[in-house]
Ligand binder design. Sequence first.
Ligand SMILES: Nc1ncnc2c1ncn2[C@@H]1O[C@H](COP(=O)(O)OP(=O)(O)OP(=O)(O)O)[C@@H](O)[C@H]1O
Ligand SMILES: [Mg+2]
Length: 383
Amino acid sequence: MGEAIAIRRVDLSNFRNYASLHLESDPGPIVLTGANGSGKTNLLEAISMFMPGRGMRSAGFDAMLHSHAAVPQWAVSISIDKYDEPLRIGTSWQQTSNGTSQTRQASIDGQPAKGISAFGEHIRLIWLTPAMDRLFAGSAGDRRRFLDRIVAASDLDHRRRLNSFEKLMRQRNLLLGEGQFDISWMDVLEQQMAGQAIAIAATRLAAIDVLQGHIDNTKQAGGTSVFPAARLMLDGEIEATLRHTPAVQSEDEYAKMLCDSRKIDQAAGRTLNGPHRSDLIVFHSEKDMEARACSTGEQKALLIGLVLAQARMVQSAFYGQMPVLLLDEIAAHLDQDRRKGLFDELTRSQAQCWLTGTDRMQFEALNGKAQFLTVTDGKIQQG
Ligand SMILES: Nc1ncnc2c1ncn2[C@@H]1O[C@H](COP(=O)(O)OP(=O)(O)OP(=O)(O)O)[C@@H](O)[C@H]1O
Ligand SMILES: [Mg+2]
């Protein structure tokens, strides 16, 4: 096992425009080039299925099924380098005869695994997609999900807590909506919500601090990065309270606030306050300017810097191994210096990174340092 997680083999069947694919991949950078619609993003999406959730496009599992599939099932399997021999992990999804969605199956070395979270012991992935270019200018929800992905990549319980909070909140909203409820039951529900909410907020705060530490370290280490340093801030009532109030007290305060706002929440048809409303605010540190006010290229550079810091954060939390990076259309919006800076940083980090682009020229600086692959209509060739 080296300094970085390395996928050495990818097999796809009936995934998007790949009827079947067998690919052998090197550690280090991998460059996928090909025309629009050839299947570059689809391959990255297939690899992203090894994290919990719906992958880097947040698409439906049925949309991933090859449109002319002979059997209603897609499968993705990869081999990763381990101490002695490669470990094979796989995931598949099958459409039922009545068209309803099935849960995704997971397997490790040919044996059924307990859900996708079982992969967390073996692989970590981080992705950056063109859709994320609008992260700073877009909605708070997108930024919150971005933040929670960062948190979940180093704390495997975070997602479970988020789900359990959501579930409790839905129950509360439902009871409020019905207008009649058992007060003591509502008290219990809100107390449980508060417990989860404080745990979520505390984990987010801790993760933000660790991430900020990694960003600041790069800066202090001589500021070699071509990517501007970010200053992070969590905008959320619970997180703000928790910064200066003990957890037990914060929990009681949030439970009380929920209790006091039953009428307002009932009228609004939802729970107005909680960790489901928090936002991640990012500043361009040097310019002391909020990221949303920065130029397109500056925002992209900030985002890349953030993702690289996140990769180092995951590395510290994951046996010192760099996560696999999926960087879709990464060269877009970057000038030549930044592009070269990015390739240098990626090469130095030893991360296995999957880079895509339509133009091979953009990756010239990686000649001799990366595996080059050409994608054509759901088929991949070396070179
Ligand atoms: N379920 C599916 N079955 C078959 N083909 C699909 C399916 N879903 C998407 N496609 C097709 O796969 C093709 C490749 O898509 P992909 O997003 O991977 O292209 P790309 O190489 O990343 O292109 P671009 O450079 O435009 O980003 C598209 O033409 C798309 O229509
Ligand atoms: Mg694409």
